[in-house]
Design a protein around this ligand. Structure first.
Ligand code: ATP
Length: 227
């Protein structure tokens, strides 16, 4: 079985996330997609975040009625009284936790946008991530296959002479190298970010086109991004 893992801050979840998940589910026949909000995202530790409970609640709304989409507590904060250090949620640990409950023959695909993928070499135990799962990267015009290859952790990265011809090719298709499985997903073009949703909510603008009506309503009722 093919299983997707979609990690993020999801502050809030929006149409870009949903379009990526939908396209990945169809193209790679994903039987489950686990949406995993990070309690403490390692790359966004300096910015104030909406409490985990709200971000999770919005994911529960976004996944409602979509059978393979599962809101996940794999990176939930420790429960009150639980003797656990509060540390950043590293994807490598999350993937291993997810795989613990799967069969050996199941294949995990990590869903990610190209902007985030270009920083992957800086992630905790980046090389090990590639050994644990394949990647589905939502591509965008303006990026070449060479950008994707050059973003790989150093020991997995092909030599620059080898990737030079890739400059001519848009980031499309598959990048299959020893120890690396990257599938590029084109056609996901939703020019929306969580930052834009938060700004629109703060400005009191309608959120209709950026996220689903249920989430827009939740944001309004909870006054999540008010002034
Ligand atoms: P923010 O604006 O707060 O930085 P964000 O919109 O990038 O947030 P995240 O929760 O940080 O949302 O992103 C989770 C994942 O979704 C990342 O891999 C990111 O690249 C991807 N992603 C975000 N927006 C889009 C989009 N519009 N299309 C495709 N992928 C996206």
């Amino acid at each position: 079985m093919n299983v997707g893992l979609f990690g993020g801050t999801f502050d809030p979840v929006h149409r870009g996330h949903m379009a990526l998940a939908q396209a990945a589910e169809e193209k790679y026949r994903l039987r489950e997609i686990h949406f995993v909000p990070a309690h403490i995202p390692p790359h966004k530790q300096k910015q104030p975040l909406t409490p985990f409970t709200h971000r999770f609640a919005m994911l529960a709304l976004a996944t409602e009625g979509k059978k393979p989409w599962i809101p996940s507590l794999l990176e939930a904060p420790p429960e009150a009284g639980e003797d656990k250090d509060v540390c950043p949620s590293y994807s490598i640990d999350t993937i291993r936790k997810l795989k613990f409950g799967l069969k050996k023959t199941d294949q995990v695909f990590f869903l990610i946008g190209i902007d985030a993928f270009l920083d992957i070499a800086k992630w905790h135990q980046a090389e090990a991530l590639f050994a644990e799962c394949a990647f589905i990267v939502a591509s965008r015009p303006g990026h070449s296959l060479a950008d994707v290859a050059n973003a790989l952790p150093e020991r997995l990265r092909p030599k620059s002479q080898a990737t030079q011809p890739f400059q001519r090719y848009p980031a499309k298709g598959d990048l299959l190298l020893p120890g690396v499985k990257v599938h590029l997903l084109d056609g996901v073009h939703q020019a929306v970010s969580a930052t834009a949703v938060r700004m629109a909510a703060t400005a009191g603008k309608p959120l209709g086109k950026m996220t689903s009506p249920a989430i827009a309503e939740y944001i309004r009722k909870q006054n999540l991004y008010g002034k």
